[in-house]
Design a protein around this ligand. Structure first.
Ligand code: P6P
Length: 344
């Protein structure tokens, strides 16, 4: 029996009439969204196409000898994996010709790319991490693509970065594609969280769960405890409390995989401030915000310290933040220790 509760719409392989593909789901959602237009759907189908192409590349990485690093560094000085570049190019190509996208912002690009102005039809901004956790590919650990969709509706803003810098509560959609033991597409458009799996025999994502509600509590925490001595005291006190209260530790080191487990099984995922990353390692715009939207839509919560992630007013595309997200009661346990120690 799965931990999470869903109104599951598993398709029956003997009865293709119940087969809900991502494409038919998107069109149905569009019909439900007042004022929705085909543009938004066209963007999601572009992300689906990119996900299927990237899944192929990930599956064949070692065969095609595209594992390992690219021999260069990204804008953050981090070693770029060959597949980071490949995934980024795939997404830019799949979304670049979608006439409704005004701005594209990638973890791999120093500044966002303006494709067209709003007056030329560019109604949306898409922020994405093309292949999060890519250093794990060499050992076949699940990695993923994370995306966040915002409206391109800020007035009197000239710069590409300025158009993107919106708090996470303004996202119109967000999700991730996990390239794991199966290829899973998890999506919210603000109307709950739905899950799809790539059916290789059909070449399309089929819906396997809808309106996922994560467990409100589960004694699992997910953090890299190697850095515990550098965590603020509140996090250290929380972990001591968890150790004393029968919690299990689960940490994959690939955010999309850790979040997917948290969504389905419950628990809490943490990336606190550390000595190396005083504000936390994860990025607000294309990691914390989209994953925070998913967590909240599934009945969980998502904080940076004691602040709601989706209320953070961003001031830079690549800014980092600390992350505490997952089951509402588990996040509250962490928040209480942070509050008591003034770790905001
Ligand atoms: P650490 C992968 O490099 C990543 O960006 C996230 O996917 C993951 O949650 C985190 O970093 C892991 O970081 O410091 O524990 O290796």
């Amino acid at each position: 029996m799965p931990d999470y509760t869903v109104t599951t719409t598993r398709y029956n392989t003997l009865d293709t009439d119940n087969l809900t593909t991502l494409q038919s789901y998107i069109l149905a959602e569009e019909a439900e969204h007042e004022g929705a237009s085909g543009e938004f759907s066209w963007i999601l189908s572009g992300i689906s196409l990119a996900g299927r192409a990237i899944a192929n590349k990930v599956r064949r990485a070692r065969i095609n000898d595209v594992i390992g690093d690219f021999g260069d560094h990204n804008v953050h000085g981090e070693t770029q994996q060959k597949l980071d570049i490949i995934a980024n190019e795939i997404i830019m190509r799949c979304l670049g010709d979608r006439a409704d996208i005004g701005v594209l912002a990638s973890e791999e690009g120093e500044t966002p790319t303006i494709l067209r102005s709003r007056s030329d039809g560019g109604q949306y901004c898409v922020c994405f991490d093309p292949l999060d956790g890519s250093s794990n590919i060499d050992v076949s650990v699940g990695v993923g693509t994370i995306f966040s969709i915002l409206r391109n509706d800020l007035e009197e803003v000239e710069t590409a970065e300025g158009l993107i810098l919106q708090p996470g509560r303004r996202q119109v959609a967000a999700g991730y594609i996990l390239y794991g033991s199966s290829v899973v597409f998890v999506l919210t458009t603000g109307n709950g969280v739905d899950m799809f799996v790539l059916d290789q025999s059909l070449g399309t994502f089929v819906q396997v769960a809808s309106k996922i509600t994560m467990p409100h509590e589960k004694k699992i925490y997910s953090v890299n405890e190697a850095y515990i001595d550098n965590f603020p005291v509140g996090y250290q006190q929380y972990l001591n409390w968890a150790h004393a209260n029968g919690y299990s530790a689960r940490y994959i080191g690939s955010m999309v995989a850790d979040i997917h487990r948290t969504l389905l099984k419950g628990g809490v995922f943490l990336y606190p401030p550390t000595g190396k990353h005083a504000k936390g390692k994860l990025r607000l715009m294309y990691e914390a915000n989209p994953m925070g939207f998913i967590m909240e839509q599934a009945g969980g919560s998502a904080l940076a310290g004691t602040q709601r992630i989706l209320d953070i007013e961003p001031d830079a595309l690549h800014q980092r933040c600390s992350v505490v997200m997952g089951s509402s009661r588990e996040v509250e346990h962490v928040r209480r220790f942070l509050e008591e120690n003034g770790d905001h």
